[in-house]
Design a protein around this ligand. Structure first.
Ligand code: HXC
Length: 533
C-alpha cells in the first residue's frame, strides 16, 4: 500500500494509514498493560518473595520466543465487593501454547499479582480453553500453580469453574500427559487439580498444598501446625506422596519439567520419544556379576544396577523421596524410553508396604497409558507384616500392584536379582500376570517365603521334639536354602524364562525390547475395571 493512501472500510468510512498506525500503537499499549498483570507494586512483592511472575515463568519454561498467548484481554464481570474496580486484562491467569525441546505443549500460569491468582470464573474459562486445545491437539498440558484458591468474591461462579477444571483433568487423564508445577500456595479444594494430574513438582520453601489451612486446623482441633509441616514440598515428597519431585527453586522446578517431558510421548497414540543411541548396546559391566551379596541378609544398592544396565546417565527417578523401599523412574535402553520399577534392598530390605504399593501401581498405570514398556528388578522379602499395615489396608493397596501389572499391555520385562518370596514373586511382574520375559540372576531365590520362616512353620513340632533345636533349625534352614536359593528349580519348570550372567542383562533386555516393541494384546471388552482404590 502507498504511504498515506486511503482505504475503504466495511462501514464505508475512509481510514488513513495514520489511522492504522494509531490502531497498532493502541494495541501495543494494551499489550504493555497486559504485561503489568496486577501492577508494578504487586510484581515487586512477588519478586521479594523469591517468586517469578507468571509471564516470566512461561518464558523461562518454554523454548525461546515460542509462547503464543491467548485470551489476554478477558476480564471478569463481577461487581460485588468492589470487584468492578479490580479488573485486569487477562484476569488471574496467563494461558496459551508454545514448545518445549521443539515439541508443542499447552500451558497455563496462575498470576499471583492479580487478586492472588485466585481461581475465578474467567480463570476457569481460560484454563478450560487451553485444556480443550491440548486434548484435541494431543499435546501435554502444564499448569504453573500459584494461587490463593477459590476467588471468594465470586462465590459459586468460582466453584463451578473449579469443577470444570477437575472434569477436564479427568477427561484428559491417560490421553495427554498433565504436569502440575507448584510455585506458590495451593489451598482448599483447588489441590484436586494437581492431585488429578500425572506429575506434581513442588518447589521447596515457596510452594504449599493443603486441603485445610493452619488457622482452620487450630480452630477445629486446637492443633498448632506450621505450613511447611502441613503441606510443604518435602512433606508431600516424603510423607504423603502427593508430589513426585522436590525442586530447590523455581528454576529447578522448570528444568525438571523440561526433563520429564523429554521422556513422555505427546499423547497416548504416540510412542515415547526415542533418541539416537549413543551408548554401546553390548556393554556388559562385569561389576554386575558381584554386586548382589550371596548372604541374603546383606544389602546392596539397586540404583547401581539400574545405572549400569540402562543407557548412561539416562535414569530419571520419579518419587525419589517417597517410599524409598521401592524405586520407579524413566530410563532409556538403546535410546528407547522405558519405565523402571524396582525394590531397594537398602531400605527396609525392599519390603512392599502400603506406600510402595501405591507408588509402584501408579507408575505402572502411567507407563501403560502412554506406551512406555516396563522393566522390573525384583528383590523383595514380600509384603510388610504388622498391625499398622493390616489396619492401613495393605491388602487393598498391595492388590493395586497385581492389578496394574495384570492390566498393563505394554512390553513387560522382569529381572529377579535376589529374593522373590511369596506375594512379592507373584505381584512383581511374574509370568502369570503376563510378563513377557522373566529373567533371573544366579543369586535369585524364588520361594513361598524366607528359609527361617518356612522352617519354623514346617518343622514346629519336630523342632520341639529334638534334643538340640537350634542346631537342627540351622541344618534345616541351610537345607531349605539350598533347595530354593538358586533359580534352577524355577527355570526347570518354566516359571522363569532364563538365567543370566548379570553382566549380560543390558544386551538381553535390549534384544527383548526390540522383539516386543509392536506387541499387540487386547483386553476383554468392558467400561472400566474396578481397581482396588
Ligand atoms: C480472593 C484473595 C483470596 C481469595 C487472598 N486473596 N485469598 N482474593 N479470594 N480466596 C487476595 C489477598 O487479599 C491479596 O490481595 C492477594 O490475594 C494476595 O494474598 P496475600 O494474603 O497478601 O498473600 P500471602 O501473604 O502470600 O498469603 C497467601 C495465602 C493467604 C497463605 C494463600 O492469602 C491465604 O491464606 N489465603 C486464603 C487461602 C484459602 O483458604 N483459600 C480458599 C480455599 S477454599 P491484595 O489486593 O492485597 O494483593 C477453596 C475452595 C475450592 O479454594 C474448592 C474447589 C472445589
Amino acid at each position: 500500500m502507498e504511504p498515506n493512501a486511503s482505504v475503504q472500510t466495511t462501514e464505508g468510512a475512509t481510514a488513513s494509514a495514520d489511522g492504522h498506525e494509531a490502531l497498532i500503537a493502541e494495541l501495543k499499549e494494551q499489550r504493555e498493560k497486559i504485561k503489568q498483570g496486577g501492577g508494578p507494586k504487586r510484581i515487586e512483592t512477588q519478586h521479594a518473595k523469591g517468586k517469578l511472575t507468571a509471564r516470566e515463568r512461561v518464558a523461562r519454561l518454554l523454548d525461546e520466543g515460542t509462547f503464543q498467548e491467548i485470551d489476554a484481554y478477558m476480564t471478569h464481570r463481577h461487581t460485588d465487593f468492589d470487584m468492578d474496580k479490580q479488573r485486569y486484562p487477562g484476569d488471574s491467569v496467563v494461558t496459551g501454547f508454545g514448545k518445549i525441546n521443539g515439541r508443542p505443549v499447552c500451558i497455563y500460569a496462575q498470576d499471583f499479582t492479580v487478586l492472588g491468582g485466585s481461581f475465578s470464573e474467567v480463570q476457569g474459562q481460560k484454563v478450560a480453553k487451553v485444556m480443550d486445545m491440548a486434548l484435541e491437539s494431543g499435546v501435554p498440558v502444564i499448569g504453573l500453580n500459584d494461587s490463593v484458591g477459590a476467588r471468594i468474591q465470586e462465590g459459586v461462579y468460582s466453584l463451578a469453574a473449579y469443577s470444570e477444571l477437575f472434569w477436564r483433568n479427568t477427561q484428559a487423564s491417560g490421553v495427554i500427559p498433565q504436569i502440575s508445577v507448584m510455585l506458590g500456595p495451593c489451598a482448599g479444594g483447588s489441590v484436586y487439580s494437581p492431585g488429578l494430574t500425572d506429575f506434581v513438582i513442588m518447589t521447596k520453601g515457596t510452594s504449599h498444598m493443603f486441603i485445610t489451612g493452619p488457622q482452620v486446623i487450630k480452630t477445629v482441633t486446637r492443633e498448632e501446625v506450621d505450613l511447611e509441616t502441613l503441606g510443604g514440598a518435602m512433606t508431600h515428597n516424603t510423607v504423603s506422596g502427593v508430589a513426585h519431585f522436590a525442586a530447590d527453586d523455581e528454576g529447578h522446578a522448570l528444568e525438571l519439567t523440561r526433563t520429564l517431558l523429554s521422556y513422555l510421548p505427546s499423547n497416548n497414540a504416540e510412542p515415547p520419544p526415542a533418541l539416537e543411541p549413543t551408548d554401546d548396546p553390548w556393554r556388559m559391566d562385569e561389576e554386575l556379576n558381584t554386586i548382589v551379596p550371596t548372604d541374603p541378609g546383606e544389602a546392596y544398592n539397586m540404583k547401581t544396577i539400574i545405572r549400569k544396565v540402562f543407557d548412561l546417565d539416562s535414569f530419571f527417578e520419579v518419587h525419589r523421596d517417597f517410599a524409598q523401599n521401592a524405586i520407579v523412574g524413566f530410563a532409556r535402553l538403546h535410546g528407547q524410553v522405558v519405565g523402571v520399577i524396582a525394590q531397594q534392598p537398602m531400605i527396609l530390605a525392599g519390603v512392599i508396604d502400603i506406600d510402595a504399593s501405591d507408588k509402584i501401581a501408579r507408575f505402572i498405570r502411567f507407563c501403560d497409558a502412554f506406551n512406555i514398556p516396563l522393566v522390573t528388578f525384583i528383590d523383595s522379602p514380600g509384603f510388610m507384616p504388622g498391625v499398622a499395615q493390616e489396619h492401613g489396608g495393605i491388602i487393598r493397596h498391595g492388590a493395586k500392584i497385581v492389578y496394574a501389572y495384570s492390566e498393563a499391555t505394554v512390553p513387560k520385562l522382569a529381572v529377579v536379582t535376589r529374593k522373590a518370596y511369596g506375594g512379592a514373586y507373584i505381584v512383581m511382574s511374574s509370568k502369570y500376570i503376563r510378563t513377557d520375559l522373566v529373567l533371573a540372576w544366579p543369586t535369585a531365590e524364588i520361594a513361598v517365603m524366607g528359609a527361617e520362616g518356612a522352617v519354623n512353620i514346617l518343622y514346629r513340632k519336630h523342632l520341639k521334639a529334638v534334643a538340640d533345636p537350634e542346631a537342627e533349625r540351622a541344618r534345616l534352614v541351610a537345607e531349605f536354602r539350598e533347595k530354593f536359593s538358586k533359580p534352577y528349580r524355577a527355570a526347570a519348570s518354566g516359571h522363569i524364562d532364563d538365567i543370566l550372567i548379570p553382566a549380560e542383562t543390558r544386551p538381553r533386555l535390549i534384544a527383548a525390547l526390540e522383539l516386543l516393541r509392536d506387541k499387540q494384546v487386547t483386553l476383554p471388552p468392558k467400561k472400566h475395571g474396578n481397581m482396588p482404590l
